[in-house]
Design a protein around this ligand. Structure first.
Ligand code: FAD
Length: 566
């Protein structure tokens, strides 16, 4: 038998939202639980994320009088996943996701509110809702983390108002859509930050956190309440197996190799492989680069995938990622996802021929799928793609790291961003030649979009033609909140890479989150959740929160299954 230095009932590998959720439920079933994290910061990509969770038929929407139903949600998921995901896994998700969030909020410090205007990503599919399935974390007071706050992965400045102030997705949407009262709301958030004098003396960081940072902070505090240990700087290397059953893990900690026994089960929750160039090369479509990922450098390198494969696990969806177009900014350690800005009226995206190839407002996964498709069709002219906008857009709206010029004009941007982060010219033809795009093609695309802006109808890609597109449109712009002319100099271009916010393929699991072999038999004692498992969403991204919702739900399922097997 392997010599073990420590023994627990359950070892959870990774410290993202799914990992910590599973640890809370495991602890509450009376299982002694250890969470291990290889980095010196806990929280993973989850801490940098929007923290949104996609939970059909959830209690928050119902409490606000919203209507959703399991059957409707099932129809939607079946259509979105195109019959490629085992029905029992879809059922497990739909049955357990609402229970998970209800029980988690009842027993822990995690708090959500419904983002009731956030539509499902495929409004044309049967069972889609125009809002109500995505939950958005409430603000969380991080002072309760005490010293553990220092070890929490900091939020990306891009998710904070003015790079500093915490705001929820609901706040951000109100400001982006310029809904009534948005200016007052921003003033109030700024004043609350500024006059938090006690905390201001201590730190420039907001006392409150939002989005995924709030989620991870509230989960971490809930683990502290239960005295569940979280070992940072502890790198999972291998599984320990006895007679076909997983009974522990081998880790590197402080330069030492330790065997840790997990009497009841190991839950792998160590993220995907997007930070591993060799695995990207092996599995993902080309071109694809680690540097285009918006996830923390070096964290998710596929350790669980490789260990699971060595233990005989089947895998699926390895060629897929949670794609999102990204922009890289010099001096920043990871790329920034461009989620919303593509839908703002007046910006178009073109390939090297200067031609539009996709509805710019499409969901981020579909947008990058279209980049790959067009790149294949044009023999390499769509990766990178280019987002083009004019002086009017630049004044009013943000794009990647550029705040609207009415807040931060070009003269206040870092000088080294010019011709690296953004390009600028007085004419479209000049701009096109600066970035190596066909000038005639770009001018023709601009003329065509200007016609569409007048009529409100994008005859090529139907941009702004559905409730999802319009979520990020500007409601003050008519007749189509996602279309405006591209006409007022100067003109701007920014480079869009085929980035990701994590990979979505990994170890195959069953409806109980157990890792399975090719013949579908479970490897006893081994569970996988989050991006190290093949997603229950198949190829699709049904709504905001489709990665964290399942990670947390299958974490809940795994913990309960382990407790039942005891
Ligand atoms: P992670 O949260 O990355 O956690 C994995 C952890 O495991 C990491 O801390 C890593 O260091 C650790 N680890 C890795 N290898 C080892 C090892 N060998 N030993 C020990 N520990 C290890 N998704 C949503 O659902 N909703 C959103 O609103 C949303 N917004 C996003 C916004 C942005 C800007 C980004 C970048 C992503 C967003 N996502 C969102 C995607 C989501 O954040 C990820 O899909 C999700 O966090 C993955 O969770 P995970 O638990 O699998 O991995």
């Amino acid at each position: 038998l392997a010599q073990c230095t420590d023994t627990f009932d359950v070892v959870v590998v990774g410290s993202g939202a799914g990992a910590m959720t599973s640890a809370i439920f495991a602890a509450d079933q009376g299982l002694s639980t250890l969470v291990i994290e290889k980095s010196d910061k806990y929280g993973g990509t989850s801490a940098l994320s929007g923290g949104g969770i996609w939970i059909p038929n959830n209690p928050h929407f119902r409490a606000k009088g919203g209507h959703d139903g399991r059957e409707e949600a099932l129809r939607y998921l079946q259509a979105a996943t195109e019959g490629r995901v085992e029905p029992e896994r879809l059922d497990a998700y739909l049955d357990n996701a609402p229970r998970m969030i209800e029980e988690l909020e009842a027993c822990s410090r995690v708090r959500y509110a419904v983002a009731d205007k956030y539509p499902d990503y495929y409004p044309h599919l049967p069972g889609a809702l125009a809002g109500g399935r995505t939950l958005d974390p409430e603000l969380f007071d991080t002072s309760v983390l005490e010293e553990e706050l220092e070890h929490l992965r900091p939020a990306s400045p891009s998710t904070l108002l003015m790079g500093r102030i915490a705001w929820t997705a609901r706040h951000a949407h109100k400001a982006m859509a310029r809904e009534r009262g948005w200016r007052l709301m921003i003033l109030w958030l700024m004043a609350r930050y500024k006059f938090d004098l006690k905390w201001r003396r201590r730190s420039k960081r907001d006392r409150r956190s939002a989005l995924g940072h709030a989620l991870v902070a509230s989960l971490r505090r809930s683990l502290m309440d239960r005295q569940v240990p979280l070992w940072r700087n502890t790198d999972f290397r291998e599984l320990i197996q006895e007679e076909g059953r997983v009974v522990g893990v081998v880790v590197e900690r402080d330069g030492q190799t330790l065997n840790i026994r997990a009497k009841q089960g190991v839950i792998l929750a160590s993220g995907g492989f997007e930070q591993n160039p060799a695995l990207r090369e092996r599995y993902l479509p080309t071109p694809s680069r680690r540097e285009w990922s918006a996830t923390p450098p070096g964290n998710n390198t596929g350790a669980a995938l490789e260990a699971g494969q060595a233990a005989g696990a089947a895998t699926a969806l390895l060629e897929r990622a949670w794609w999102a177009p990204t922009i890289s900014v010099p001096g920043e350690d990871k790329a920034r996802g461009v989620f919303a800005e593509r839908a703002f009226p007046g910006a178009i995206v073109v390939n090297g021929e200067g031609r539009r190839f996709v509805n710019e407002a499409a969901p981020y996964l579909e947008f990058v799928d279209a980049m790959y498709r067009d790149n294949a069709a044009t023999e390499g002219k769509s990766i990178p793609a280019w987002v083009i906008f004019d002086g009017h857009f630049r004044f009013h709206y943000a794009m990647g790291p550029l705040m609207p010029a009415q807040i931060k004009p070009d003269s206040r941007l870092p000088a080294q961003w010019r011709d690296r982060v953004y390009w600028k010219a007085d004419s479209l033809a000049d701009l096109a030649s600066q970035i190596g795009v066909d000038p005639g093609g770009l001018e023709a695309s601009a003329e065509r979009i200007n016609d569409f802006a007048r009529t409100g109808q994008d005859l090529d890609f139907e941009r702004g033609g559905n409730v999802f597109d319009r979520y990020y449109g500007d409601l003050n712009v008519t007749p189509n909140p996602c279309l405006a002319p591209l006409a007022k100099p100067p003109f701007y271009a920014m480079r869009l890479d085929a980035g990701d916010i994590g990979t979505k393929g990994g170890l195959s699991t069953n409806a109980r989150a157990q890792v399975v072999r090719e013949d579908a038999t479970p490897i006893e004692g081994l569970y996988a959740i989050g991006n190290c498992s093949a997603s229950v969403m198949g190829n699709a991204y049904p709504g905001a929160g489709s990665t964290l919702g399942p990670a947390m739900t299958f974490g809940y399922i795994a913990a309960r299954h382990i407790a039942e097997q005891r």
